[in-house]
Design a protein around this ligand. Sequence first.
Ligand SMILES: Nc1ncnc2c1ncn2[C@@H]1O[C@H](COP(=O)(O)OP(=O)(O)OP(=O)(O)O)[C@@H](O)[C@H]1O
Length: 298
Amino acid sequence: MKVLAVINPISGDTDKSDFITILSSEIEKRNGELSLYYTSGENDDLKLLEAINESKPDRILAVGGDGTMLMVARNLINRSQKMAIIPMGSANGMATELEIPINLRDAIEVALDSSNTLKLDLILINGRHYGIHIGDVGVNAQIVEGFEKEGSRGMLSYAKHFLNALQEAEMIKFEILADGKTYFREGYMLAFANAQKYGTGIILNPKGKLTDGRFEICIVKDKSFESIISAGLTKLSPFFVNEDSVEVISCKRATVKMENSQTLQVDGEVLGKYTDIEAEAVRNAVSIIVPQKRISLF
Ligand SMILES: Nc1ncnc2c1ncn2[C@@H]1O[C@H](COP(=O)(O)OP(=O)(O)OP(=O)(O)O)[C@@H](O)[C@H]1O
């Protein structure tokens, strides 16, 4: 078995050298071959494709957070290689969602030995940005933006920006065209959700399925949303955003228009400010290795 590990050296602010030692020895035990690609944050898409063409791996391990996972996933669309996730980010939303173990040895075992794969949908935003997890405008995008500007990482800093952004949150008017139907709505945020929850464990979209060829537009409408502060701080107990404060529209394709341009974040990356956002589900775009036995069924 040929394995390419795509490693984000800075994700989660953790050193990856112990992990690489364990991974090398586990691959050696299985008579496999390991190649490493370290992300630089510059031109990684192109360089990763070169690394894949050179090492011709059977499995590709995304070692980092959701951002690293998305970078690997979007480069595997229409390719035969399967990807696995080693959760080593500051928030590992997709790993949690897919029930990938947080314990590194267990995650390595799944990545190397499981034959169970899911064909995951992606969301294509404005025709050129892929998302795998959750993208949004409004209060959460402002937190991510503040977080990025400060150049800080980690949950505490996230919580600080969370509080600032919540205090300044404004109602935004949305004109939504989803699968041919028009909706006029107002809310503190609007999310394009492929998955159910954020990396913090906040469940935004309880009906989300990663493999159904659809995504959900979730409009958060009231300030009871403030209660998610506690969930943002603890990371421990999953918190359901009050059902009455979120409207969920399930669709395959949507356009959202806003009066004033709003910051858009997708999977933790700020893409810029937009007044118009188009989103489209890309069905079964990438094969992801998941544990042999999973509790929830997708
Ligand atoms: N060598 C590097 N130096 C600086 N940034 C990098 C490097 N490699 C990747 N990146 C950046 O790391 C980000 C992805 O991080 P990822 O989501 O995997 O981990 P994370 O710790 O969860 O991140 P975050 O702290 O943003 O939540 C991308 O913005 C990418 O451009």
